[in-house]
Design a protein around this ligand. Structure first.
Ligand SMILES: Cc1ncc(COP(=O)(O)O)c(C=O)c1O
Length: 401
């Protein structure tokens, strides 16, 4: 039977293939060190779970308004004011099943066939695929490792054409772990504001996870001009360790939010009813930010340790992570070598697959993120796992011939 052409346009996820293989090996009893997962290893803070349990017990199991219940909409608007200096009315806010669905609905709401979307590389794997599904054309601007993967205003200027409708910004970034400074973001935005029809999608889901000198700033807070053309995306997944809850949110100019709500009303109606009060409590209750800060401190220690160990590996280079929970080392010096299992290492996929099979360490090849020379390691795991896993990588590299 025939399937839709749009399915053919979407790439199969290499990331999922690697995780499936790692999971099968674990199930077979093999001691795999997993650096693949893009989610915190911590549990959701108990007080958030308690609010959800109370919601369920109270029978809050029915349909809600499409954007979400008023309490959550208000809590999100208040969070933007308090944390980001952004004034959004509750009507300028909507929610979706994770940051992922919010981004997808926004591309669907804004793009016409053939519209171009500028994406900075290395990028989160779903941006180009969501753009294609929405009829748009991804235009990739490669970051240079020597500049910490940051693209220059000149590069961005060259990438914007009369067909450009959206520029996606993601700082701190998955998979590179880099964080643009407020000044660098402003310089990129100065280029974008020269083009009156271009929206900015600012994916700020890692805002709470910044380390060292990095300082987070919301793009829409940089100027009124930017506020008027930016959709700001965030979610509970990474900061509150709530990946499985599927709760994300988006805020911006009313016409765009209304369009997103219109689409959502026909797609999924709204996010699960009995997680909505808990989502509001996570943002409004001071215990929410205390938990986030406790987790951030742990991530900072782990990130530093992982980066030090990776940087000490011969012929491996790694930009220090300024945010999120990823290191993104360059392993291309080992291309052309052969692994003990006979695999010829030609790119990040063959590197990751040989590493998993022979040394039982799961990493994510950068191919799906625009870099076939790099692999992504998540440091959302214990210091012991980091020591053990990077130790195994060191042994693996020695065995390549
Ligand atoms: C940069 C980025 N944006 C959006 C998402 C989606 O997050 P969620 O799990 O809330 O859908 C992810 C998840 O990994 C991400 O890394």
């Amino acid at each position: 039977m025939r399937l839709a052409d749009r399915v053919q346009q979407v790439a199969d996820s290499i990331t999922l293939a690697v995780s499936a293989k790692a999971r099968a090996m674990k199930q077979a009893g093999i001691d795999v060190v997993g650096f693949g997962a893009g989610e915190p290893d911590f549990d959701t803070p108990q007080f958030i779970k308690d609010v959800a349990a109370t919601s369920l017990a109270r029978g809050e199991t029915k349909y809600t308004p499409t954007p979400c219940i008023p309490e959550l909409r208000r809590a999100i608007a208040e969070k933007f004011k308090r944390d980001n200096g952004l004034t959004y009315t509750p009507e300028q806010v909507s929610t979706g099943a994770g940051g992922k669905q919010c981004l997808y609905m926004a591309f669907m709401a804004i793009l016409n066939p053939g519209d171009e979307v500028v994406i900075l590389s290395p990028f989160w794997v779903s941006y180009p695929e969501q753009v294609k599904l929405s009829g748009g054309v991804p235009v990739i601007v490669p970051g240079d490792e020597a500049r910490g993967f940051k693209i220059t205003p000149e590069q961005l200027d060259r990438a914007i054409t009369p067909r450009t409708r959206v520029v996606v910004l993601n700082s701190p970034s998955n998979p590179s772990g880099i964080a643009y400074t407020p000044e660098e973001l402003k310089a990129l935005c100065d280029v974008i504001v020269k083009h009156p029809n271009v929206w900015i999608f600012s994916d700020e889901i890692y805002e709470k996870l910044v380390y060292g000198q990095s300082r987070f700033v919301s793009v829409a807070a940089l100027s009124t001009e930017l506020y008027d053309r930016t959709l700001t995306f965030n979610c509970h997944s990474k900061s509150f360790a709530m990946t499985g809850w599927r709760l994300g949110y988006v805020a911006g100019p009313r016409p765009a939010i209304d369009a997103i709500n219109k689409l959502q009303s026909q797609m999924s109606s709204h996010v699960t009813s009995f997680i909505q009060q808990a989502g509001a409590a996570a943002l409004a209750d001071p215990r929410g930010s205390e938990s986030v800060e406790a987790m951030r401190k742990q991530f900072e220690l782990r990130g530093r340790r992982m980066w030090e160990l990776l940087s000490a590996l011969p012929n491996v280079t790694c930009v220090p992570p300024g945010g999120a929970f990823y290191c993104f080392p360059n392993v291309s010096a080992y291309f052309g070598k052969t692994a003990p299992n006979g695999t010829k290492i030609t790119d990040a996929i063959s590197f990751s697959s040989a590493l998993l099979e022979t040394s039982h360490v799961a990493v994510v090849p950068g191919n799906d993120s625009g870099f076939d020379t790099h692999v992504r390691l998540s440091f959302a795991c214990s210091l012991e796992q980091i020591d053990k896993g990077v130790g195994r990588i060191a042994e693996f590299l020695k065995k390549l011939s």
